[in-house]
Structures are given as structure tokens and as C-alpha cells.
Design a protein around this ligand. Structure first.
Ligand SMILES: [Zn+2]
Length: 178
């Protein structure tokens, strides 16, 4: 897929996690990368949080269910988190500081299970590239103590090239306020 710049035709047939690790290790061999070839769900996600070696979760998932799960686990484990979502030419991104700022669920309603799954959302190749880079920027700015997207949602419209920020407040009836 043209948007997934970690991959090329020579890797066809190889596991994506391993291929990604190969490419990133060639970029910087000093970085330790752990890969897991497993879908994230209610059971598997806790295996990856079994020690205290994590500082930040960057959600790059492609579905709402996983985003709500990642948000909940981030809050429960007091881990900072950035979540981005995309559809065709549009995206949104939010950074969460557990207990202190609004979380993903303060802003977005969880999809109703009984509704049919929409299936894969259409996406134009550059959209995940831009939102993914913005997620990396959020991690860097948060670590450096610079202004970030806590209590704010950045709405990206790549048709009109508009970047709008919406101020949000923590929902006192949300689970993150308990
Ligand atoms: Zn919340």
C-alpha cells in the first residue's frame, strides 16, 4: 500500500511487524524495538503493559473499538496517550494526560455494538502520513513540556487545508473522572 512507507515489494509475504522492525533498525541500530504479531484486543493489550517500561501510548489503529480500548487502558495505567483518526481527506488528533485532561471518551461516543461494522474506512495515502507525523510531534512536545493537544482536538481538513483546534473540557460523568 502506497501510504505504508515502511514496506516495499521485496517484503511481500513477510510479517509486517518484522518487516517494519527490519527497516527501522537499519535507520537506527541503537533503538531497541519489540514486535508483537497479534491483534490488540481486551485480552492481548495487557500483555504489552506488563512492566513499567512504557511512558507513552501512540494509537495508530484503524478502528474505533481499538481507540476506545487504548484510551481506557491508558487512563487505567496512568500512561500519556495520543490518539488520531482518519477518513479519506480528514483527521483528528487528541493527546491525553490521564485523570488531568479530557480523554477520548469525553469527546467521542463509543460506537454502538449492534450497528453493522462500516468496514475499512476509505483513506487517501497522505492523510495517515500527516496525522502520524503529528502524533510523533505530540510525543516530542509533551516530553519537552511544550504546548500540546491536551484538552484540545485538532481537526484536519486536507481538502480545504484547514487545521482547526476545538477546546474541550473533561466530562465529569466520564469514567476517566472516577
Ligand atoms: Zn473521559
Amino acid at each position: 500500500m502506497q501510504r505504508q512507507i515502511l514496506y516495499n515489494e521485496t517484503q511481500i509475504g513477510k510479517a509486517k511487524a518484522e518487516s517494519a522492525k527490519d527497516v527501522l533498525t537499519k535507520l537506527n541500530s541503537d533503538v531497541e524495538i519489540n514486535t508483537y504479531k497479534e491483534f490488540i484486543d481486551e485480552n492481548s493489550i495487557y500483555k504489552y503493559l506488563r512492566d513499567d517500561s512504557y511512558d507513552f501510548i501512540v494509537d495508530c489503529s484503524d478502528n474505533f473499538k481499538t481507540k476506545f480500548l487504548v484510551n481506557r487502558v491508558a487512563i487505567e495505567n496512568n500512561l500519556r496517550c495520543v490518539i488520531a483518526g482518519i477518513k479519506d481527506f480528514y483527521g483528528q488528533i487528541i493527546t491525553i494526560n490521564p485523570k488531568k485532561t479530557a480523554c477520548y471518551q469525553c469527546v467521542f461516543s463509543e460506537p454502538i455494538e449492534s450497528l453493522p461494522d462500516e468496514g475499512p474506512l476509505p483513506v487517501i495515502g497522505v492523510t495517515p502520513g500527516i496525522l502520524g507525523t503529528l502524533e510523533a510531534l505530540e510525543v516530542i512536545k509533551t516530553v519537552l513540556g511544550l504546548p500540546n493537544l491536551e484538552n484540545r482536538v485538532l481537526m484536519v481538513n486536507l481538502i480545504d487545508l484547514r487545521f482547526n483546534i476545538i477546546d474541550i473540557v473533561k466530562n465529569e460523568s466520564c469514567f476517566c473522572s472516577e
